[in-house]
Design a protein around this ligand. Structure first.
Ligand code: PEP
Ligand code: MN
Length: 334
């Protein structure tokens, strides 16, 4: 249930709503929307408090939210959320570009790619240090050493770093080294991990699961929001279908659907959607045209030598061209 306060409502009036809700065993999350406070009243039995809250002073209206993800819903915040990471606005007027290798392989590899993507227009650097791999014999990342390299290269190039966390027990390490905690497709419904990254308070990039519906993605987002972390970015990365020509089937419809249902920013990952370098740029362009807030894209200086996903990595020149296309497409949108 959502309680929309009047524009002039003061702290005392808000405190009264919070007190009533908490006395009934409910949780309250506060946001600002269009110059007024909006309170998400969460918990079983919230609807029973509806009339009592509606009668309090300073209240404009009480809305029963139909979707099961109230904090992620557009009803909670009509204005789109902008997540700020190291001075970069994600969800703002400019499409944000997060680029880098699939995996951190060495300091030199990471630095050369970071410099190349920065020159090409990236605002953040991606790279996995703990890699979820289908085969236990594949390269699983450099672990903590890789995280330290990311931090060093991020600081040296001035690019905030985005990297995937696999286990709740690694949280402290990630909080120390990363600017954005990525929860990968395979972990979208790892609920203890969602709880932990929600508690950490660092920006979170949540990718859609391989076989997750949009509603399940928004419910996973709700876990992070319910822990009090509003710095949340979603990412469509393709879903598993009967089609085998691409690694996954990019669900471009998810972009306008999420934008309609939720206030959260949504990025698109053309690399894991396509799985083939030549399809990456056209899909990325389509996603920007569909309203994506930016791209998460794999780039490598020597893809033929990459330890992971080289076949889908763009070369730096291809990435720079895509960055120009993304800016031009955004400018052409209404
Ligand atoms: C990644 O971005 O490195 C990754 C593993 O992607 P996904 O979780 O979407 O498969
Ligand atoms: Mn990859």
């Amino acid at each position: 249930m959502i309680v929309v306060m009047q524009p002039g409502a003061g702290r005392a009036e808000i405190a009264e709503v919070v007190a009533r809700a908490e006395a009934a065993g409910l949780e309250v999350h506060e946001a600002q929307d269009d110059g007024r406070a909006v309170l998400g009243v969460i918990g079983r039995g919230a609807a029973r408090l509806r009339d009592a809250l509606a009668a309090l002073p300073g209240i404009e209206r009480v809305v029963d939210v139909a979707p099961p993800y109230p904090l992620a819903s557009r009803e909670f915040r009509r204005a789109s959320t902008v997540v700020e990471v190291g001075g970069v606005a994600i969800g703002g007027p400019r499409p944000v570009l997060i680029a880098g290798p699939c995996a951190v392989e060495s300091y030199e590899q990471l630095l050369s790619i970071a410099e190349a993507v920065k020159a090409g227009g990236a605002q953040l650097l991606r790279g996995g240090a703990f890699k979820p791999r289908t085969s236990p014999y594949a390269f699983r990342g450099l672990g903590a050493e890789g995280l330290r390299m990311l931090r060093e290269v991020g600081d040296r190039t001035g690019l905030p770093v985005v990297t995937e966390i696999l286990a709740p027990s690694d949280l402290d390490l990630f909080v120390q080294h990363a600017d954005v905690l990525q929860v990968g497709a395979r972990n979208m419904q790892n609920f203890p991990l969602l709880d932990e990254v929600g508690r950490a308070g660092k920006p979170v990039l949540l990718k859609r699961g391989l076989a997750a519906t949009i509603e399940e993605l928004l419910l996973a987002a709700e876990y992070v929001l319910a822990r009090g972390n509003a710095k949340l970015i979603l990412c469509e990365r393709g879903i598993r279908t009967f089609e085998t020509a691409t690694r996954n089937t990019p669900d471009l419809a998810a972009i306008p659907v999420v934008k309609h249902l939720s206030h959260l920013p949504i990025l698109f990952d053309p690399s894991h959607s396509a799985g083939v370098r030549r399809y990456v740029t056209p899909l990325a362009r389509a996603a920007i045209a569909a309203g994506a807030d930016g791209l998460l894209v794999e780039v490598h200086v020597k893809p033929e030598e990459a330890l992971c996903d080289g076949h889908q990595a763009l070369l730096p020149a291809e990435f720079a061209a895509l960055a120009r296309d993304a800016a031009a497409l955004r400018a052409a949108l209404p």
